[in-house]
Design a protein around this ligand. Structure first.
Ligand SMILES: Nc1nc2c(ncn2[C@@H]2O[C@H](COP(=O)(O)OP(=O)(O)O)[C@@H](O)[C@H]2O)c(=O)[nH]1
Ligand SMILES: [Mg+2]
Length: 353
């Protein structure tokens, strides 16, 4: 199919023209999700640029990051039946962030609304409050945007895989992966990581940006092929299944509310375990301190005992020396007395003669 034909197919797409009618859907909502700075907003700019084929503009406020527009869910129109939504990007992959991602993906938060990464049950409250503002007639196609500059480290694989699979359970569609910065990283390695996670549809782009929006046939064609793939998916799923958008929205809500509930339970459990581990560590530390104190006391007593023993030995020694000295004096005195007595006796003996 050449580019003109592709454009015609995309432009002519309408749920009303499907075999079994629209079944309650009126537009495709391409839901972009992914980490901050991976090129979601630039990908929207790329899609609009290719579709309008006019001057490049920063429609989706690329590069404005978290402080700018991207904290809101902003929908951008491609054709009258296809919208792309720039969801708030994640700073890191974790259970709190994932909850918000699923609420956005499930189209449970109002478009144009601000997305806060909340703690506790705030998300559940926000979802319930948003009920009046969200549309059930949007057909959701999840698209995960990832820059090939970022090789997925093994420790992130499981978390990411679980996010992608939950996105599939929630929307009924395996996310399409859009790889950005195609020429600035190891495309083969990143692509194979996503294939290992069970992802089959992967598109790789060098986004058109403010700095580089020189039109190339390759880039234009790849974007149109991506849009055609999205349409084929929507068409297949509405033509080959009986759908009930109101019930599906209700199920998505149940799914995310349950997710939030489970997440809170898990967090509570983790906090409890952390507290227990902390208390155990504190007790062990205290016990160790007590043992050390006891050991020191034992050491002190031993030293004191030894000093006492030494003192007694010295006293004994002093006593013994004194006794010895006294004994010697006595002996000498005795000897002197004996000698005196002897002389006297001899004297007497001499006189008798
Ligand atoms: N070279 C190149 N730069 C890109 C590409 N995609 C995005 N960028 C740049 O990466 C930065 C972040 O992109 P942005 O679209 O704001 O990311 P977001 O946070 O996911 O919306 C911007 O400076 C973009 O110009 C790409 O495919 N190639
Ligand atoms: Mg952005």
């Amino acid at each position: 199919m050449d580019m003109d034909e592709l454009k015609r197919v995309i432009n002519n797409f309408s749920f009303d023209r499907l075999k079994n009618g629209n079944q309650g859907f009126n537009q495709i909502l391409i839901q972009l999700f992914g980490m901050l700075g991976h090129g979601k907003s630039s990908f929207i700019n790329t899609c609009i640029y290719v579709w309008q084929d006019g001057e490049y503009q920063n429609w989706a406020k690329a590069n404005e990051g978290d402080g700018g527009h991207t904290i809101h869910r902003i929908p951008h129109k491609i054709t009258s039946n296809i919208m792309v939504v720039d969801n708030r990007g994640l700073p890191t992959l974790n259970a709190y962030g994932s909850g918000e991602i699923f609420a956005q993906l499930g189209n449970l938060l109002p478009l144009e609304g601000k997305v806060d990464f909340s703690k506790g049950f705030t998300l559940a409250e926000t979802i319930v409050k948003a009920e009046k503002f969200v549309k059930t007639s949007d057909f959701i196609v999840p698209v995960f945007v990832h820059s090939v500059k970022h090789i997925i480290p093994p420790e992130e694989m499981n978390e990411l895989k679980s996010v992608l699979h939950t996105a599939r359970d929630l929307t009924g569609i395996y996310p399409i992966v859009v790889l950005t910065h195609k020429n600035y990283g190891n495309l083969t390695s990143v692509e194979s990581s996503f294939r290992d996670m069970g992802i089959e549809r992967i598109f790789a782009f060098e986004n058109y940006t403010q700095e580089d929006h020189f039109k190339t046939r390759g880039r234009h064609e790849e974007v149109l092929k991506f849009l055609q793939e999205v349409i084929k998916d929507a068409q297949f799923r509405v033509e080959h299944q009986t759908r009930n958008p109101v019930k599906e929205m209700h199920n998505r809500k149940q799914f995310v509310l349950n997710y939030v509930h489970q997440r809170e339970k898990k967090m509570e459990q983790e906090n409890l375990e952390k507290r227990k581990a902390f208390e155990k560590a504190m007790k062990e530390k205290q016990l160790k301190r007590q043992e050390e104190e006891l050991e020191r006391e034992r050491e002190r007593r031993k030293e004191a005992g030894e000093a006492e023993l030494r003192k007694r030995r010295e006293e004994l020694e002093r006593q013994r020396s004194a006794d010895q000295a006294r004994y010697e004096v006595d002996i000498q005195a005795q000897q002197a007395a004996n000698a005196k007595k002897g002389k006297k006796f001899l004297g007497l003996f001499g006189k008798k003669k």
